[in-house]
Design a binder for this molecule. Structure first.
Ligand SMILES: *[C@@H]1O[C@H](CO)[C@@H](O)[C@H](O)[C@H]1NC(C)=O
Ligand SMILES: *[C@@H]1O[C@H](CO)[C@@H](O)[C@H](O)[C@H]1NC(C)=O
Ligand SMILES: *[C@@H]1O[C@H](CO)[C@@H](O)[C@H](O)[C@H]1NC(C)=O
Ligand SMILES: *[C@@H]1O[C@H](CO)[C@@H](O)[C@H](O)[C@H]1NC(C)=O
Ligand SMILES: *[C@@H]1O[C@H](CO)[C@@H](O)[C@H](O)[C@H]1NC(C)=O
Ligand SMILES: *[C@@H]1O[C@H](CO)[C@@H](O)[C@H](O)[C@H]1NC(C)=O
Ligand SMILES: *[C@@H]1O[C@H](CO)[C@@H](O)[C@H](O)[C@H]1NC(C)=O
Ligand SMILES: *[C@@H]1O[C@H](CO)[C@@H](O)[C@H](O)[C@H]1NC(C)=O
Length: 454
């Protein structure tokens, strides 16, 4: 009897332990779904709304968007900012942007407002907008670069006259339900929060104006909200093994008749050229592959010198209707703290947590390869990276030399399962590699997660 009891207790605590570790694992795995990006924990788009003056029945405001994401651009077709008015406000006029719909303004007789929608959506003007409609930092078609790639292109602003809002900081009510659309799905915004009035230097920096009232809205991105499937995948190879580890089958979806075309398809010859001119954002037209991804990233371990080793990276586009301007590639690998040289790409170490220097962003050289062309003979970009070995950690064994995480344009790419990696001949133990890799990923995720809570 006693023995039995003991056994029961043991298995009970074991069950508990299993439960605890399961919950911990879930927390780690679920946290990214919560718009938390472990490689850019503070990444966000902030919208600042500054009331600069009162008018006879409302106010003049400057609304500014800041892309504080380290490596995620807001691409064509650009930002589209929506909100719901708290009262019966209308937009009387706008500079540097426009509301997409005017709505029903039939109640107004003398001055017809720019938009009477209760939930207006505002978009940037296109480059070349007429001079009298422009405003500082406007008119970029809503495209914002990422903070890491080009801080000078991260800001967009417009000016707006609001009517029927009340004319003092006691009667103005904050708009609700902010939505950032346009670059695609995936962004969610928090509520507007009153902040200390912004101090804004004038264009010539000789005077500082101060807003009468300011509020901020923060929006964050979640890939899980944006797409059901990943949009890119990773394939691997090495000089020491002929085996090429392909992208996982169906990594980004499975083939069916209308999702992809073969390279000799008639549709390609007839229709791609037509869609170029009419559509701003044409539907993707993917080349048929077993992974069905828009983009494949290839990591090849090319050389192993005495003190250095060399990796070749290629990015291949499979979308016949997509040119990726200002693309970015983010890689996590423990040896990125000793990058010695990067050929024909730019490299920026990202230190989301000062403690670990294992993540960096690659992007194209301006006017040389910052455009990843549509699928076809020119639809790829390539680079080589030289890294100095740390004798204590460097190894070709157990998949150590392959990347831990890869993101293309801010979306995580699917890696093949570790047990399929090209292995070093005579290093028979392949099981530990899986365990080690999983342990590394879980450990760093956990570390990132814990640090994010501090
Ligand atoms: C948004 O990003 C900026 C810049 O990284 C950061 O200072 C700020 O704390 C972030 N905001 C939120 C709410 O995370
Ligand atoms: C409104 O403005 C007055 C005077 O400018 C100021 O004293 C007060 O703190 C402001 N209230 C709010 C809620 O900002
Ligand atoms: C509001 O946003 C602006 C612009 O990003 C930022 O400088 C400011 O610190 C933010 N205020 C608060 C209280 O977060
Ligand atoms: C795809 O096309 C083949 C023949 O071309 C047809 O047999 C099959 O049913 C189609 N499948 C779908 C999902 O449309
Ligand atoms: C070409 O595009 C048009 C409209 O976009 C479509 O109706 C037509 O079927 C396409 N032609 C082919 C061969 O796919
Ligand atoms: C991509 O860019 C090239 C060169 O600028 C251009 O010829 C081509 O039409 C573009 N393709 C698409 C799909 O926009
Ligand atoms: C991170 O690594 C890069 C080289 O890959 C190096 O240039 C940089 O100084 C490192 N930064 C820190 C803070 O260690
Ligand atoms: C690699 O980088 C780390 C931190 O940047 C540095 O402490 C270490 O000495 C470097 N190793 C080599 C072999 O240069």
């Amino acid at each position: 009897m006693e023995l039995d009891n003991g056994k029961k207790q043991q298995s009970c605590t074991f069950e508990k332990l299993k439960l605890v570790s399961f919950i911990t694992l879930c927390l780690i795995l679920i946290s990214p779904a919560d718009a938390f990006d472990p490689l850019d924990p503070t990444g966000n788009v902030t919208i600042r709304w500054d009331i600069m003056s009162w008018t006879s029945d409302g106010y003049m405001a400057t609304v500014t968007l800041f892309n504080f994401q380290l490596y995620r651009n807001i691409m064509n077709p650009g930002w589209n900012l929506g909100w719901t008015w708290a009262k019966k406000e209308v937009i009387m006029a706008m500079m540097g942007a426009q509301a997409t719909e005017q709505g029903d303004c039939s109640k107004f007789k003398l001055k017809i407002p720019h938009s009477c929608k209760r939930n207006p959506q505002v978009v940037d003007l296109l480059p070349g907008a007429s001079f009298n409609m422009q405003y500082t930092n406007c008119c970029k078609g809503g495209v914002l670069t990422s903070w890491g790639q080009d801080p000078s292109g991260t800001v967009s602003a417009f000016q707006m006259a609001v009517g029927l809002s009340g004319t003092s900081n006691k009667t103005v009510k904050l708009p609700k339900n902010f939505k950032l659309l346009g670059p695609g799905p995936g962004y969610s915004c928090g509520p507007a929060k009153m902040v200390p009035s912004t101090v804004i230097p004038t264009d010539d920096h000789r005077r500082k104006a101060q807003a009468l009232m300011s509020w901020n809205v923060t929006c964050t991105y979640s890939q899980f909200l944006a797409y059901k499937n990943p949009s890119c995948c990773v394939s691997l190879s090495s000089f020491y093994n002929d085996k090429v580890t392909a992208c996982p089958t169906c990594a980004c979806g499975c083939q069916n008749n209308d999702t992809c075309v073969t390279s000799d398809s008639k549709i390609l010859q007839e229709n791609t050229t037509k869609t170029h001119k009419t559509d701003i954002t044409p539907k993707p037209l993917l080349r048929c592959t077993h992974h069905l991804c828009h983009v494949r990233v290839h990591w090849h371990i090319k050389e192993n010198y005495k003190d250095y080793w060399r990796v070749k990276i290629a990015i291949i586009n499979f979308d016949y209707r997509m040119n990726y301007t200002q693309w970015s590639l983010v890689v996590q690998h423990p040896n990125l703290n000793n990058v010695t040289q990067v050929y024909s790409f730019e490299y920026l170490p990202l230190l989301p947590y000062q403690a670990i220097n294992d993540t960096g962003m690659f992007y194209g050289l301006k006017y040389y390869n910052d455009l990843l062309m549509e699928a076809g003979p020119k639809g790829n970009v390539q680079s080589e990276v030289l890294m100095k070995k740390d004798k204590n950690t460097f190894t070709l064994k157990q998949g150590w030399a392959f990347p831990r995480r890869v993101y293309f344009n801010g979306d995580e790419c699917m890696l093949p399962p570790p047990d399929s990696y090209p292995f070093l001949p005579n290093s028979a133990h392949r099981l530990p590699s899986t365990v080690l890799m999983a342990a590394y990923v879980i450990f760093t995720s956990f570390f990132h997660f814990v640090v994010s809570l501090l």
